[in-house]
Design a protein around this ligand. Sequence first.
Ligand code: NAP
Length: 246
Amino acid sequence: MLKGKTALVTGGSRGIGRAVCEKLAELGADIVFSYAGNAAAAAETQQACEALGVRVLAVQADVGKGEAVEALFAAVLREFGRVDILVNNAGITRDSLLMRMKEDDFDQVIETNLKGAFLCMKAAARPMMKQRAGRIVNIASVVALRGNAGQVNYCGSKAGVIGMTKAAARELAGRGVTVNAVAPGFIETDMTAALPEDVRSSMAAGIPLARLGRAEDVANAVAFLASDEAAYITGQVLAVDGGMAM
Ligand code: NAP
C-alpha cells in the first residue's frame, strides 16, 4: 500500500497516465500529475483521484522544458514535502517514414519523450537520494525493442529512455532508489485511436494474447514497480504487451 507516499505522474490527464494516477490513488498515494494543455481532461483525472480520498495536484507543465520541470518539482515539494514515486509517462508521436520525416518532428518527439524523462529524473534524484528511498518508472514502448516503420523518431526516443533507465538505476541504487521501465505494446488510448481500423486489426492479430491492451494493464505493472514489494528490482524493462515482443 502507498499511504503517506507522494507520486508524480507526467502526462496524467489522459490514457495510460490517467490510469496510473487512479491506480496509485486507489493504493493510497497522494497524486501530483502534469499535463500539456488539456485542462478539461486534467480536471476529470483530478476528480477521479479525489473521489478515492487522496490529495491531488494538477500542474500544467511541458516536460521538455527545464524551467517548467523545475517549477513542477518546486510545486510538489512545496505542497507535499516529498516525492516518493516518479512515473515518466508524458509522450507524443509524430509519425512518418524516415525519408519524409521533418527535422522538427524528430526534435519534438525527442524533446518530450527523451529529454522530458531526463529532466524529471534529474529533478527527482536529489529529494529521493536525500530520503534514501524512491521509485522511478519510465514508460518506454515495445517498439524500442522491435522497431516500427514510420517511427524512427519515436523508437529512438523510447530506446533512449531504456538506456537512461539502466544508467540512472546504476547511479541511484546505492541510495535505495530503483529505476525501471515499462514497455507497453498496443494499448487502447487516444494515441492509438487515430490509427485506421485495418492497421488496428492487423496489429491485434500479431498479439499472442489476442486483444489490444488497456491502460489499466499498464497501470498495474507500474503500481507493482512503484511498490515496496519491488525493492530488489532495478534497471529492468517489463513488457506489458500481450506477448508481442518475446
Ligand atoms: P495519450 O493518450 O496521447 O496521452 C498523452 C499524455 O501526455 C496526455 O496526458 C498529454 O497531456 C501528456 N503530454 C503530451 N505532451 C506533453 C508534454 N510535452 N508535457 C507534459 N505532458 C505531455 O498517450 P498514451 O497512449 O496514454 O501514452 C502514454 C505513454 O505511453 C507515452 O509515453 C507513450 O509513448 C507510451 N506508450 C503508449 C502506447 C499505446 O499503445 N498507447 C504504447 C507504448 C507506449 P494533454 O492531455 O494536456 O495533451
